[in-house]
Design a protein around this ligand. Structure first.
Ligand code: NAP
Ligand code: G4F
Length: 330
């Protein structure tokens, strides 16, 4: 039975990847941060279903705690390590640049070092990001496109991306970068723009909220479904040689277009409810992202399965169910 070690297992992708690997028969070992309040809500169903049989195991750790990472990897001896942990909010990275950078650089460094020194051949997946491109114009971006980071988050991710290549080339390690474009789901953090919108649409439609305040409505993103994207992570680690792959849908939509579709689902016009505030604009913006996943399609056989419209619908419907429960509690 294969063993996977997943950092950031309590995050959006942590849930979908764990579910995907558990369905394949993997044993999961995931790290969570100790917190004074419960931070495992996304993975509670996996804890109840799989922890007693030893298929889903959690450990306290932090990407800044190098010794805990090396102790865990040496103890567990996983076949695959997926490094998903990060302070993943771009706007927050401008406010907390030091913390964001340390987590996304020192964490991968610690993991790559322990894997390099391990007797076991362990495969490594690094969660790279389309933010690294900087996205100035509407060009289609692939593995050969130039990186031009616009935030502390993106600069730190680029460091980790390059470091992964350095370890791969220098020490003959199976280390890959998945350059994933934005991917969303009903489990997306509530301060990312898609989920902020779908939460608001649901609450407004049920009379629980009156307005929604956002930042730049003209920004465009290539939005896919997280459930489709975790399959690509696994496929990368099954390829015959390590490399870097772009994972994207090849379509890009603006925040305005997202708003339009999401509000239409509940029969409302977004222009009557949406305000903008400087508070949500960033010191530097990634204006446009659209990815070309041809290499992943050819080499990994990966393709996105969920359309943009279906993604928005899935998120709005899930948030309506959530808000109905909220309404009952009031
Ligand atoms: P997410 O929902 O924000 O999850 C991040 C995870 O990292 C959470 O489990 C979080 O724990 C954990 N974490 C944060 N700081 C940590 C630290 N110092 N030590 C250990 N764990 C820490 O992010 P996601 O959307 O699942 O994304 C997964 C990864 O892919 C991230 O590295 C992200 O940067 C990258 N990525 C995401 C996208 C996207 O569109 N979703 C696209 C490209 C790349 P808590 O639950 O305790 O906060
Ligand atoms: O949803 P966002 O915060 O995602 P962003 O910045 O694209 O980053 C996400 O995707 C990256 C992949 O490219 C990941 F690496 C990263 O970890 C994260 O998952 O913002 C999307 C766009 C931005 O242009 C932002 O300026 O939406 C715009 N926006 C407009 N109003 C807003 C808001 N973003 C947020 N979070 N909140 C707003 O009110």
């Amino acid at each position: 039975m294969s063993k996977a070690f997943i950092t950031g297992v309590s995050g959006q992708d942590g849930y979908y990847l764990s579910k995907y690997l558990l369905d394949k028969g993997y044993e999961i070992h995931g790290t969570v941060r100790r917190s004074s309040s419960i931070n495992t809500s996304r993975i509670d169903s996996l804890i109840s279903e799989f922890s007693e049989t030893g298929k889903f195991n959690l450990y306290y750790s932090d990407l800044l705690d190098q010794s805990s990472l090396s102790n865990l990897i040496n103890l567990i001896e996983p076949d695959e390590v997926y490094n998903l942990a990060a302070q993943s909010h771009v706007a927050v990275s401008f406010k907390n640049p030091s913390y964001t950078s340390q987590v996304s650089t020192l964490g991968p460094l610690a993991l790559l070092e322990v894997i390099k020194n391990s007797k076991k051949k362990i495969k490594y997946y690094q969660a790279s990001s389309s933010e690294m491109y900087g996205g100035k114009d509407d060009k289609l971006l692939d593995e050969l496109s130039l990186f031009d980071p616009k935030s502390p988050y993106a600069a730190a991710k680029l460091f980790a991306h390059n470091l992964t290549k350095v370890y791969r080339d220098s020490y003959d390690m199976f280390a890959v970068n998945g350059i994933l474009f934005n991917h969303e789901s009903p489990l997306r953090g509530e301060t990312f723009v898609t989920r902020k919108i779908t939460r608001a649409v649901a609450r407004i439609s049920l009379g629980l909220q009156k307005k929604l305040t956002l930042g730049n409505l003209d920004a465009c993103r290539d939005w896919g479904f997280a459930g489709d994207y975790v399959e690509a992570m696994w496929l990368m680690l099954q390829h015959d040689k390590p490399d870097d792959w772009v994972i994207a849908t090849g379509e890009s939509f603006s925040v305005k277009q997202f708003l339009n579709i999401a509000f239409e689902i509940v029969g409302l016009d977004y222009e009557e409810y949406v305000l903008t505030s400087d508070k949500y604009f960033r010191p530097n913006e990634v204006n446009f992202l659209k990815g070309d996943a041809t290499k992943a399609k050819k080499e990994l056989g990966w393709e996105p399965k969920t359309s943009f419209n279906d993604l928005v619908k899935m998120m709005v419907e899930s948030d309506i169910e959530l808000s109905k429960r909220e309404k009952v509690l009031l």
